[in-house]
Design a protein around this ligand. Structure first.
Ligand SMILES: [Zn+2]
Length: 219
């Protein structure tokens, strides 16, 4: 099967998104490019993640051309491809409507550095402007907002995390959701103290690829 390893990984991480509570039903979608970025494997539109098998994962070319798979690709294919094309270090994209990150996005608040684990995503998690799902305007807003970070909140919609591997993009999505929950929790009783730019710089130096594989010093 074309891109079998990538399609199997997409299936596994799609099921982990469900079991970790980052997505409900068929919301959210994930993709990963092959090593030379000529093809992308992406979750199909409207298939329950618990029933998904590698054959269901759709393979497309970098311009969105359908290459393999009997289903339609995710309706958010545009921004997945645009992000993978935009930066050489992005091979994987995870998009969720996870509750706390999405609540932040509905308030149209960026996520500030209240906890050092935001370092998986960068100094902060910025907010992309609202645009209709699946639209070119949404893609443009995300690509203009992400900078060199690894995550973006989407106004009144959800969150996108990226990385050099599906594992790192998935971990970043989990960390953004965790820090968003902490933020909302602290805001419910007061104002959290933010880490300074210097303190965040020290964290990012320990996360040499901006949190891509920060396996050390996480306690
Ligand atoms: Zn969405």
């Amino acid at each position: 099967m074309l891109l079998f390893e990538e399609r199997r990984a997409v299936t596994q991480y799609a099921q982990q998104l469900l079991s970790s509570g980052l997505v409900q039903g068929t919301s959210g979608n994930i993709s990963v490019a092959n090593a030379n970025k000529t093809l992308v494997a992406i979750t199909p539109s409207g298939v329950a993640y618990e029933d998904m098998v590698p054959e269901d994962v759709v393979v497309v070319g970098m311009q969105g051309m359908h290459i393999d798979g009997r289903l339609l690709p995710s309706s958010e294919l545009k921004f997945h491809l645009a992000l993978i094309k935009q930066r050489p270090d992005i091979f994987a994209v995870v998009h969720t409507h996870s509750e706390n990150a999405t609540a932040m996005a509905c308030l149209r608040w960026e996520l500030p550095p209240i906890h050092y684990l935001i370092g998986y995503a960068g100094m902060t998690v910025p907010l992309a402007p609202y645009a209709t799902f699946g639209s070119q305007a949404l893609t443009d807003g995300i690509c203009q907002t992400i900078g060199d970070g690894n995550a973006v909140l989407l106004a009144n919609h959800g969150m996108v995390a990226v990385g050099p591997t599906l594992k790192s993009a998935f971990n970043t999505a989990q960390m953004v959701e965790y820090v968003a929950r902490l933020y909302l929790l602290t805001k419910s009783v007061g104002d959290p103290v933010l880490l300074s730019p210097e303190e965040m710089k020290a964290v990012l130096e320990k996360f040499p690829t901006y949190g891509a594989q920060p396996t050390r010093d996480q306690s």
